[in-house]
Design a protein around this ligand. Structure first.
Ligand SMILES: NC(=O)c1ccc[n+]([C@@H]2O[C@H](COP(=O)([O-])OP(=O)(O)OC[C@H]3O[C@@H](n4cnc5c(N)ncnc54)[C@H](OP(=O)(O)O)[C@@H]3O)[C@@H](O)[C@H]2O)c1
Length: 236
């Protein structure tokens, strides 16, 4: 059993990832209204938590690296800290690169998914910070087992996958996305090579979406001309 996973992203009409690069709102359209849709739709799903890639989480977590001398050697077993009924802020950080300094991001309790290769000192830092952790195999790449553990250990039933493009691409490749929720800004980026909302980083010729098809569930126009698409992912 694993959570139902919705990939929820905002994008330009050319599928790009960074809103700071998009064209400005047209005359009479409130940029604040456009920006506000993302969190409103996020909240409307009533998910148990959200998950982002290591790079995206590095931009959100505000801690700095600490040296913990003589950290005890601990078995690579899940560590459940004090969640306190909060929603979960989850990342996949195979090498243990993100530093938190506290047990939450934006009020949501941090759960990090690690490779077993991380150091005992890093695990000690996480425990000091009150962060929960689980493991996704030796290299931190067993995404399917990590998703099952989120369900069994933390009771996650519905999860929002919120970028960046690389982690979204990895989830697509592993057939772990059940639905796409895409907010299309009335804007364009336009530059070749700019990151997109699904940016699988795999071998040449690989097709991460192979064996899957998208079916439109709904299409809604929101205030300011934002278009909200929902697609179910069907396995072929
Ligand atoms: N629409 C938006 O506004 C929006 C939303 C989300 C993110 N973003 C932006 O997206 C940018 C980051 O996107 P990104 O695509 O470069 O990075 P990302 O998806 O946030 O993180 C990628 C990292 O995740 C880790 N990872 C774990 N398992 C992986 C797997 N199976 N496959 C690939 N990576 C895996 C790797 O960490 P290691 O390198 O440590 O191995 C990898 O480098 C940021 O600038 C962020 O601000 C924008």
């Amino acid at each position: 059993m694993r959570p139902y996973i919705i990939c929820h992203m905002g994008t330009s009409i050319d599928g790009r990832l960074h809103p700071s690069r998009f064209t400005s709102a047209a005359a009479g359209i409130s940029p604040a209204v456009l920006r506000g849709h993302y969190e409103k739709v996020h909240d409307s799903f009533g998910a148990d938590g959200w998950l982002v890639g290591r790079k995206t989480m590095s931009e959100m977590a505000k801690g700095s690296e600490r040296t913990i001398a003589n950290a005890a050697k601990v078995p690579r077993e899940p560590h459940v800290a004090n969640r306190n009924s909060r929603k979960l802020a989850i990342t996949i950080d195979p090498s243990g690169r993100v530093h938190y300094g506290k047990d939450n991001v934006g009020g949501d309790h941090v759960v990090t998914i690690l490779g077993e290769q991380v150091s005992d000192a890093y695990l000690a830092e996480l425990r000091e910070d009150g962060v929960s952790y689980i493991f996704a195999g030796a290299k931190g790449d067993d995404l399917a087992s990590a998703m099952s553990e989120l369900a069994t250990i933390f009771g996650v039933r519905k999860l929002l996958l919120e970028g960046g493009g690389r982690i979204n691409g990895a989830f697509l490749k592993h057939k772990l996305i059940d639905e796409f929720s895409t907010l299309i800004h009335p804007a364009v980026d336009g530059v070749a090579g700019t990151q997109t909302i699904v940016d699988y980083d795999g071998p040449e010729g690989d097709r991460p979406g192979a064996g899957q098809a998208l079916r439109l569930i709904s299409c809604e126009t929101l205030e300011g001309g934002m278009v909200w698409l929902r697609h179910a992912v069907e396995r072929l």
